[in-house]
Design a binder for this molecule. Structure first.
Ligand SMILES: NC(=O)c1ccc[n+]([C@@H]2O[C@H](COP(=O)([O-])OP(=O)(O)OC[C@H]3O[C@@H](n4cnc5c(N)ncnc54)[C@H](O)[C@@H]3O)[C@@H](O)[C@H]2O)c1
Length: 403
């Protein structure tokens, strides 16, 4: 039976453990938990506790205390703490499920890559769930089939509806420095998808970001409870609360679910932009343009891939793609193919369960190559970190490369 340690007992790790539930106690067992927050440990013990389960205050301590007793580790601590957990895990040749973004600095990215190479490339998957969705897998398959010819450009966007906008304007993620940056934390997924669809190394990147909507409003109060606009504001704590009622596993995880205090989304001390654009140039001539925008009616991820022989277009929420080809003769109706995709409402449009299937195969010792490993994790970070440097320095920057 494979023994798993969890580093970072928050919402994300709980998602993995739920997906692994069917094999728990049979094929694998939860052997250790590491988290500095007593409430997190307490909550996990209530849900997953059993007599042999050991608990620690952080990942390195756990790996030091259990040098031979673990086979695999799930690293779902905050982004800047991934490196400290990953290095000892690699030294022990453990199977690793590592959350995105893999790191928050170029230096950490390089240190983890060097350690990974030194460890002989042990089985490691990065939590890039979009890679595992039917939507992006089909887009990649169409591109690789050559059906749309040579890819020239990619347009993609991530749009944030009110609940997600609230998370990034009043929750801890409102501060750029805490999780790396807004782009890195929210969109390292999307940078990875651009890299994957472009199919070549990213060479240079530029970015603009602005905050124009969520700027201070002197007529509003600092807290919704004191604000006379609260009934009419779509971001007031009262108007956001109904969305939170739908948070999965609300009852079990209780206080681990971030509380959306009633801090004003306009007057809060945030430093994230509320809209940002990123342009990436790839070695094979593909150019990509990505838009990130808060305050939209609904969450959405859109994609358009423009090729020499056709164009792929879709929105992940609609579970279908359209491929438009050139007319073969003048007067012919434009050939448009609708590609239906299996509608999957489960977590991350079905990406989570497919990713965990991959993790299960790794735990069983099968020789599987995850769709996104450490190289992909680092390369996505390098694009996002390059974009942030471009934004800060007001110039086009070269994307850092792995050797
Ligand atoms: N792949 C995805 O789609 C996806 C979705 C959500 C979150 N994530 C990623 O998962 C990670 C965790 O996010 P979350 O939403 O579960 O956050 P969370 O705040 O719910 O959980 C993080 C936990 O880590 C603990 N922690 C802090 N420092 C630690 C340390 N040094 N060692 C061990 N634990 C430590 C915290 O106390 C907390 O309990 C982040 O990297 C995040 O970006 C990925």
């Amino acid at each position: 039976m494979k023994r798993i340690g969890v580093i970072g007992c928050g919402l994300r790790a709980d998602g993995y453990l739920q997906e692994l539930k069917s094999g728990m106690g049979k094929e694998w067992e939860l052997a250790a938990l590491a988290d500095p927050k007593p409430l997190a440990i307490e909550t996990y013990l209530k849900i997953y506790g059993h007599p042999g389960l050991r608990v620690f205050a952080d990942g390195p301590e756990m790996l030091k205390a259990m040098p031979e007793e673990l086979d695999a580790v799930i690293i779902a601590s905050p982004n800047a703490q991934h490196l400290e957990a990953l290095l000892p895990a690699l030294e022990r040749n453990l199977i690793v499920m590592l959350e995105k973004p893999v790191a928050t600095t170029v230096e950490d990215c390089r240190s983890m890559w060097d350690a990974y190479v030194k460890a002989g490339y042990p089985p490691l998957a990065v939590g890039f769930v979009l890679r595992y969705t039917a939507f992006y897998r089909k887009a990649k398959e169409i591109i690789d089939s050559g059906a749309i010819g040579q890819v020239m450009s990619i347009e993609a966007a991530e749009l944030l509806g009110p609940p997600l906008t609230s998370v990034f304007t009043r929750g801890w993620r409102r501060k750029n420095g805490v999780a790396g940056s807004f782009l890195l934390e929210k969109c390292s997924h999307d940078m990875d998808i651009l890299n994957c669809l472009a199919g070549a190394p990213a060479v240079s990147v530029s970015s603009f970001g602005k905050r124009t909507v969520f700027v201070p409003k002197p007529e509003a109060a600092m807290h919704c409870r004191d604000c006379r606009w609260q009934e009419n504001c779509r971001y007031s704590a009262g108007n956001i609360a109904p969305y939170l009622m739908n948070t999965p596993r609300r009852d079990e995880l209780g206080a681990l679910i971030p509380q959306h205090e009633d801090l004003c989304v306009f007057n809060s001390d945030k430093d994230v932009p509320d809209h940002q654009v990123v342009n990436v140039a790839y070695e094979n001539g593909v150019l990509a343009a990505f838009t990130l925008c808060m305050d939209q009616p609904v969450n959405a991820r859109t994609l358009r891939v423009n090729g020499s022989e056709g164009q792929i277009c879709g929105d992940i929420g609609r579970e279908e793609l359209y491929v438009t080809y050139h007319r073969r003769s003048i007067g012919e109706e434009l050939p448009v193919e609708r590609v239906p995709l299996l509608h999957d409402n489960s977590s991350h449009h079905g990406g989570d369960s497919v990713l965990v299937d991959q993790l299960k195969a790794m735990l069983r010792g099968e020789d599987v190559a995850p769709l996104a490993g450490l190289r992909e994790g680092v390369e996505a970070c390098m694009v996002a970190l390059g974009a942030e440097r471009s934004l800060a320095e007001g110039r086009i920057v070269e994307v850092e490369r792995l050797s």
